[in-house]
Design a protein around this ligand. Structure first.
Ligand code: HH2
Length: 292
């Protein structure tokens, strides 16, 4: 079975498909299953290596949804995409992950880093799915009230290393795990930017790093709106390219085509040999030429 770095070479884009009425930047846009399915197909055509389907918002202040409601939202989408679009499931619930894997999901994206549902580690371990293990201080309801760190990058690196060990001890092979510092999950604007600047300290843990900074509110706040709840696309792209330059591998984004284009340029600069072969699964289909 392919390691996560073989399956998702640097840089790979993960498109966000929120089947929710209340996500922080696109709540309601893909709440209807038909819209979510169409959005997922389009993301792959635009070069996404995988789409991350989620039925529960984790925005600051959110309270969560029941298991039945989450399944009701994501199952029809997963059924339609099965065998056609590579899917990751963004869930903290073992039962949702189990159903999603049955329906073809290859990656479980758990924002609790296996600290929530006690059954989730076993579901991932026994299925052979990939795992994204993310840092969060507190929980979505309260995480932005007063996030506090002595050394933000150092503490998050130590946390992710410990959660990696936990996952491996639970039977999930290390080569199937990627790590995510969790931009916006219990972090102030300053902490998010320090974390981005020092992302190399997470990369040195030796696992692929996934970043989800697309549209996050810190971007809007740096631009001068102290009440911003989202950030604009150019700011998202700049942050993604900064993360790429510090070694990030997988980019969880809402605007796939624009990020694929920006990251293709960043990759071409790094390799000095034109766009690298791996990474953007849909590049050929999206008709992006390789000459000139
Ligand atoms: N961010 C969100 C949700 N899931 N997963 C990972 N691994 N990393 C992230 O940064 C991340 C995530 C929040 O973004 P979004 O899904 O657009 O919003 P919401 O949680 O409100 O649905």
């Amino acid at each position: 079975m392919a390691s996560i770095e073989e399956r998702f070479p640097r840089a790979s884009v993960m498109g966000v498909v929120n089947v929710t009425p209340d996500s922080f930047s696109d709540g309601g846009v893909n709440f209807n299953a038909a819209d979510a399915i169409a959005a997922a197909r389009q993301m792959v055509d635009e070069g996404a290596a995988i789409v991350d389907v989620g039925g529960e918002s984790t925005r600051p202040g959110s309270a969560g949804v029941t298991l039945d409601e989450e399944l009701r939202r994501v199952v029809p989408v997963l059924e339609a995409l099965q065998g056609e679009v590579p899917v990751s499931i963004d869930t903290t619930k073992a039962e949702v992950a189990r159903r999603a894997i049955e329906l073809g999901a290859e990656l479980v994206n758990d924002v609790t880093a296996l600290r929530g549902d006690q059954e989730l580690a076993e579901v991932v371990a026994s299925s052979g799915a990939y795992l994204c293990s993310m840092h969060m201080q507190g929980d979505p309801r309260t995480m932005q009230l007063d996030p506090t760190y002595g050394d933000v990058a150092g503490e998050i690196a130590a946390f992710l290393e410990a959660r990696l060990r936990f996952a491996v001890d639970a039977g999930i092979p290390e080569e199937r795990i990627c790590l995510d510092p969790g931009f916006g999950f219990g972090k102030t604007v300053e902490q998010n930017f320090e974390l981005l600047r020092r992302l190399g300290e997470i990369v040195t843990l030796g696992r692929p790093v996934l970043v989800g900074i697309s549209r996050k509110r810190s971007l809007g706040r740096i631009l001068g709106d102290p009440e911003a709840t989202t950030g604009p696309l150019p700011a998202s792209i700049a942050a993604a390219v900064e993360a790429y330059e510090r070694g990030a591998t997988i980019f969880r984004v809402h605007d796939v085509r624009e990020h694929v284009e920006a990251l293709t340029i960043a990759m071409a600069v790094e390799t000095a040999s034109g766009p690298a072969e791996p990474g953007f699964a849909g590049r050929e289909r999206a008709g992006q030429g390789r000459e000139g």
